[in-house]
Ligand binder design. Structure first.
Ligand SMILES: [Zn+2]
Length: 384
């Protein structure tokens, strides 16, 4: 009992003991911190060697020079533009520093926050870039069906719902981008995933994965229709020999959150205070986090926060750990008291037609057969 009391969270990162079967040892150190090659279905850190980094950086420089010198009859690249600070800073860098002809592409999943919408308006105004922005809104119904399906059919003891949703949702978003790039004959898609978002990819999304892993089996069945399936990659798309490359430059460029925020706020692209990822993240993720806290006793963000701590310079780690742990606890507590993203979560649940109580009852039923149940309940209590 004393051991548990002292070590609710990994002493090196922020992972809660027992969360998604991640255990702390007698020194309070988690599996990930003890063994850098440790992986689970929820988190697999891609081991990035200096050589990989150098190689990717060289590729980035070559790619930019090549497109800078190419003819300009169509766009150089598509940027996935969500209105968050990362994609806003990326758009600004590509347009103003690298002088590229960029098509900013925003995909509305039906639940974009007002903050994100306003950020987009403000940025496009400031950059005078309104004519090079495309907003795709017609897929919202398909996204809603996808979310509802995933919320109602999640039966795993080990894999968090939020992560499942993020995987399927980002595959769909990427598919829509690839389709747009193929239609417009744009050879490159650039995405602003931060340096700690390396669970699935490092620097580039392999074409093989686009072709083989982006079409979930369940979309062939009810309630999905032909109209829904058209948003995913179709056989016709797959027959296309030239797919665009998708690259993630923040994985190899200097990624410093504070200077990115400074960049977008000092230029007036985003108003100060509107850069917090908790504000710009979609409501689906927020509802997913609530689900996962009640279901697994923790918030999957912890995996990413923990990674941020591990990637920090050794001397700065304790301070960074403190910062993320504080955020983790405050988000966890806000979820339990019902103050976390209350409106957003309610809006989302009503859109997919499930009440919060119904959801909590479903979670209790799932929990009943989970061997990790006691630890889950204990971890929830810590956040109360
Ligand atoms: Zn740890």
């Amino acid at each position: 009992m004393t051991l548990l009391k002292n070590h609710h969270f990994c002493s090196k990162c922020v992972l809660p003991n027992g969360f998604l079967y991640n255990r702390l040892d007698e020194n309070g150190v988690c599996d990930f911190c003890r063994d850098s090659s440790f992986s689970t279905s929820n988190w697999k850190k891609i081991q990035i060697t200096n050589e990989m980094r150098e190689c990717a950086l060289q590729d980035w420089k070559n790619t930019i020079v090549t497109i800078q010198n190419s003819s300009k009859d169509s766009y150089d690249c598509i940027v996935g533009y969500s209105g968050g600070k990362d994609s806003t800073a990326l758009l600004d860098m590509l347009v103003n520093e690298l002088d590229l002809k960029v098509l900013a592409l925003t995909i509305d999943m039906g639940l974009m926050t007002e903050v994100a919408k306003n950020n987009i308006k403000q940025t496009l105004n400031r950059l005078e870039y309104q004519n090079h922005h495309v907003l795709i809104e017609d897929a919202t119904n398909t996204f809603s069906k996808l979310y509802k399906y995933l919320f109602l059919n999640h039966h795993s003891h080990t894999y968090a719902l939020t992560l499942t949703i993020c995987d399927y949702c980002s595959d769909l978003i990427h598919s829509i981008m690839v389709k747009e790039a193929i239609i417009r004959k744009i050879p490159l898609i650039i995405l602003g995933y931060s340096s700690d978002q390396i669970k699935r990819y490092f620097y580039e999304i392999p074409e093989k994965e686009m072709r083989t892993e982006w079409i979930p089996d369940f979309i062939r069945e009810n309630p999905f229709t032909e109209e829904d399936r058209e948003w995913f990659l179709t056989n016709k798309d797959l027959k296309n020999a030239s797919f665009p490359r998708i690259i993630l430059p923040y994985h190899i460029l200097e990624y410093d959150e504070a200077s990115l925020i400074k960049r977008v706020t000092s230029k007036g692209l985003i108003t100060q205070g509107h850069t917090d990822p908790v504000l710009t993240n979609c409501h689906v993720v927020k509802a997913g986090l609530m689900y996962d806290l009640y279901r697994y006793g923790g918030i999957p963000y912890a995996l990413q926060y923990a990674e941020s701590v591990r990637q920090e310079e050794v001397s700065k780690r304790p301070r960074t750990r403190k910062k993320w742990l504080r955020l983790y606890k405050s988000v966890g507590n806000a979820i339990l008291t019902g103050t976390f993203a209350k409106e957003g979560i309610e809006m989302f649940l009503s859109q997919i037609g499930i009440s919060k109580n119904d959801l909590l009852e479903r979670i209790e039923r799932e929990l009943a057969s989970d061997p990790n149940r006691d630890i889950i309940k204990e971890n929830i209590k810590v956040l109360e």
